[in-house]
Design a binder for this molecule. Sequence first.
Ligand SMILES: [Ca+2]
Length: 559
Amino acid sequence: MIVKITSKTYSVAPIPLPILLLAALLLWGVLSSVFLKNSQHSSFPYFQLPIDRPRSNSINPNHNLTLLIMKRFVYPFWGLLLGSLALSSISSQAAAKKPSFVFILVDDLGYMDVGAYNPETFYETPHINALAASGMKFTDGYAANPVCSPTRFGIQTGRHPSRKDATNFFSGRRGSRFASAPLHDRMDLDEVTMAEALKEQGYSTFFAGKWHLGPTEEFWPENQGYDHNYGGWKHGGPWNGGKYFTPYGNPRLSDGPEGEHLPDRLATETCRFIKANQDQPFLAFLSFYSVHTPLIGRPDLVEKYQRKAASIQGEEFAPEEQALIKARNPRRVRILQKHAVYGAMVEAMDLAVGKVLKQLKDLGIDDEVVVCFTSDNGGLSTSEGSPTSNLPLRGGKGWIYEGGIREPFLVRWPGITRPGTISSVPVMSTDFFPTFVRAAGGEPNGAGTIDGVDLMPLLAGSGRLDREALYWHYPHYSNQGGFPASAIRMGHWKLVERLEDGRTHLYNLATDLGERVDMAAVHPARVSAMREKLHRWYQEVDAKFLQPLKDGTELPWHP
Ligand SMILES: [Ca+2]
């Protein structure tokens, strides 16, 4: 049965069984005394039970006595029993209305890497496409930061990572013209994670894959609310052992049979957890190491994409702006998708997504369990092999441009989202936390201000979000050549502020998604209003900025 789920329904606590039994008893007493008084052959349904069959009109005084006993005691007993069973079944269904969640986070997957967002993509993602078609697709879904650890911090806590100076991957401190801003390179234990908040509501919780939210084990998933942890630890990539293939050299993931592929293994563990926990509310957080470097694919899939790539012609790279001084080579950006190994990695990840979706279907719970899908930052297009192109989006991972922060962002919420719906409202992955926690019957409270907002009005098509702006703050030089910058988006306008010198650029995303035409000089009033709002936000989150180099005399800009 598909139950229409609303956030209001969840706030109703399940009624304890003894109270239900008592209520049924009282109700029965009232009804039976009324009906039995007036009717020799009541039309009450349970009177049709086989035992209620006076077969003849023959006069038998014992029969009348038997009938009386039946009606006074046995029938009421049956009624009470059936009524209680029915009510307790309703009660357990009310408890089961807490939605279970499968959250799928892919590492470094680009907006244009998925067929649902880019029908022309080089990569095959049929399972993700099907997920998009069966739920709501957000066209303007964002990561909180252009690199991974901060966005992950935001997903887990619902809080903007800049509030805790978790503004770069843990622990990136690259300098260039200036030194980077101070970086807090862990998610503190006093933060309230999605898993901790849902456990408060009686959920069982599971994590598989990349964590990258703390240097030592006290910060790993099992100490941040997850009952199970398969593979989450300090590293941001599968650097040890056979890397994407067993043996993994991962202290939180046992090795598998020879040839086992990491994305498939993470999906297998996720399926196992779902199957074992299908009768209770759960959070299964599947956090792929894919499609992050090292670029290593399944050999059969690599071969498939090599054949595909052979037919693709055209320039693969173009110049990109040079933000780092003393760079050995000029920075270039990929403008054509045809990287065979990356193609193999994307498809293997999609197959693993398909495995989990099939598990839900096989268990008959795909019409009950919420499935969300997103990535932690944009596709890698300017370094470390530059495997993908985000065009028409500018830049990629490590850049404040759309290529670095706009993400695939899908939500399938049975009973809430309608299949095939599209929302162009700007949303951020910090929004999952309050959305999940409220739907589970809790109040989204964290270690401080929650920046995400409950997406339910958008998902249910019942209203708008109460939010004026989205913000990004990246006071670092990225490994991918990106410059230190912040940004604010209001409506379709995006203002970028460079943190070396405070220069601003204004882009109209409705007409210039590729952020090529700087409109700042044309709209000075808009620039100053957005800038002022961004600067107020800096104060609110106590944002940190670039610092002078150790022996440097030049001072960086400061708001
Ligand atoms: Ca990442």
